[in-house]
Write a protein that binds this ligand. Structure first.
Ligand code: ATP
Length: 424
């Protein structure tokens, strides 16, 4: 996993129980570091969430949900071992995982066989199906949230955290997920969504394993829809009747879908069939995680590779491991644009998408050129080529603060280690 220098390398202990080791990295919610659980001798990963930045306080719902996550135990879900406040931060203790699926996909020395891909997808769907059965949505499915243990087992990480803490860059309810993994109903602004959004994202991850690059790399929400429509065709209202009622729905120029086989030339017929069901436009008609597990793709040959036989990416500290370049394959933080109305643009060959004036003035991620500055009308067409992920920066996050009442509540509410002494 990622490693790096710590901002508090001098601090050795997190409570009497956890002995701190190196920083593993920093994500949306805060710093993650390695630690030793002196009670069990196990290595753990502690995610430190800065509560000081939260404005509205950690409410009872959040505490209840953290408690719920602690009870969410499944072989394909990262275990939340413990949760406690310490020095004004909330600490979430997870089982330690060696690497993640993004590292596997990016490691050019790894050849993934169809059986390996099947194994990863099966483990991902098992974790997802378990959580959906318990009425928990993930809402941030992407390859670097799929962690891989020393025995090759894949586990879903960050489950439910998007719901509990939200995300600094995703202020609106439908702005969950990194953009490339966002379902079309979210891009059309739905506020009422269900487990189907996780299945769409899982389909994107399946596609990414097959292609070894992110599948639908939109550079803005509008562009993301354009990428989706270019791949699967513009949805007809007969395919997705509720689409026209969605808050940000606008009519798009009709684009017909290329054969799915042309997008995934190496995939088996069964893999393509499952993919097409995971990418069904109407969330109500989209296959569920449980149904996907029962799809013939998993019972046909080849059988999924056993987790302990899956290829292992080079890890930090492995001999001869070069630094993996940071390609920002996830697209980075997502900037939320104010709600906007779209206007239609002419479509000479039926391939242009509707573009908003603000969209047209957006800076091109790689050329730095503004769309309105001399980019030909071709540039607003839905490109089928792959863009590199873009980070446009972040904006300050409104976050709840933890007041003393919240702190004592947190201490009471979390099912904490009886040995733990709360210390400021
Ligand atoms: N259970 C774990 N075991 C080992 N490393 C972990 C664990 N959880 C997270 N990490 C590592 O810690 C770092 C930060 O993880 P975190 O989940 O906070 O953010 P992220 O996944 O990098 O980004 P985002 O917050 O956008 O999902 C990453 O390098 C991640 O791989």
């Amino acid at each position: 996993m990622a490693s790096g220098g710590g901002d508090d390398a001098g601090e050795k202990r997190v409570t009497d129980r956890y002995l701190k080791r190196e920083v593993l990295g920093e994500g949306t919610y805060g710093v993650v570091f390695k630690a030793i659980d002196t009670k069990t001798g196990e290595t753990v990963a502690i995610k430190r969430i800065r509560l000081g930045k939260y404005k509205e306080g950690v409410n009872f719902t959040a505490l209840r949900e953290i408690k719920l996550l602690k009870e969410l135990k499944d072989p394909n879900i990262i275990e939340l071992i413990d949760a406690f406040p310490y020095k004004g931060n909330l600490h979430l203790v997870f089982e330690f995982m060696e690497t993640d699926l993004e590292a596997v996909i990016r490691d050019r020395n790894i050849v993934l066989s169809p059986a390996d891909i099947k194994s990863y997808i099966q483990m991902m769907l098992k974790g997802l199906a378990f959580c959906h059965k318990k009425w928990v949505l993930h809402r941030d499915m992407k390859p670097n949230n799929l962690l891989i243990g020393a025995e090759g087992q894949l586990k879903l990480g960050d489950f439910g955290l998007a719901r509990i803490f939200g995300s600094p860059e995703r202020n609106f309810t439908h702005q969950v997920f990194a953009r490339w993994y966002r379902a079309p109903e979210l891009l059309f602004g739905t506020k009422q969504y269900g487990s189907a959004v996780d299945v769409w994202a899982a389909g994107c991850i399946f596609a990414e394993l097959l292609l070894r690059r992110p599948f639908l790399q939109g550079s803005s929400d509008i562009d993301q829809l354009g990428k989706i429509f270019a791949a699967f065709g513009t949805p007809k209202s007969s395919q997705w009747p509720d689409m026209v009622c969605l808050p940000d729905y606008v009519e798009y120029q009709f684009v017909s879908a290329p054969p799915l086989r042309s997008l995934f030339p190496m995939a088996s017929d069964d893999a393509l069939d499952l993919l097409s069901r995971m990418f069904t436009y109407d969330p109500k008609a989209r296959i569920t995680a449980q149904q996907a597990l029962e799809h013939r793709y998993f019972s046909s040959v080849p059988a999924p590779t056993k987790p302990n036989l899956l290829p292992r990416p080079k890890l930090k500290g492995d001999p001869g491991n070069d630094k993996i370049p940071d390609l920002n394959l996830q697209g980075g933080p997502v900037v939320v644009s104010p709600p906007r109305k779209l206007r239609r643009v002419s479509a000479p060959d039926g391939m242009e998408i509707n573009a908003h004036p603000a969209e047209k003035a957006e800076e091109h991620p790689t050329t730095g050129m503004r769309r309105s500055e001399g980019m030909s009308s071709q540039s607003s067409r839905i490109p089928m080529s792959v863009d590199v992920g873009v980070v446009f920066g972040t904006r300050p996050a409104p976050r709840p603060t933890l007041n003393s009442a919240d702190k004592s509540c947190l201490k009471r509410k979390l099912d904490m280690d009886p040995d733990f002494e709360y210390a400021e």
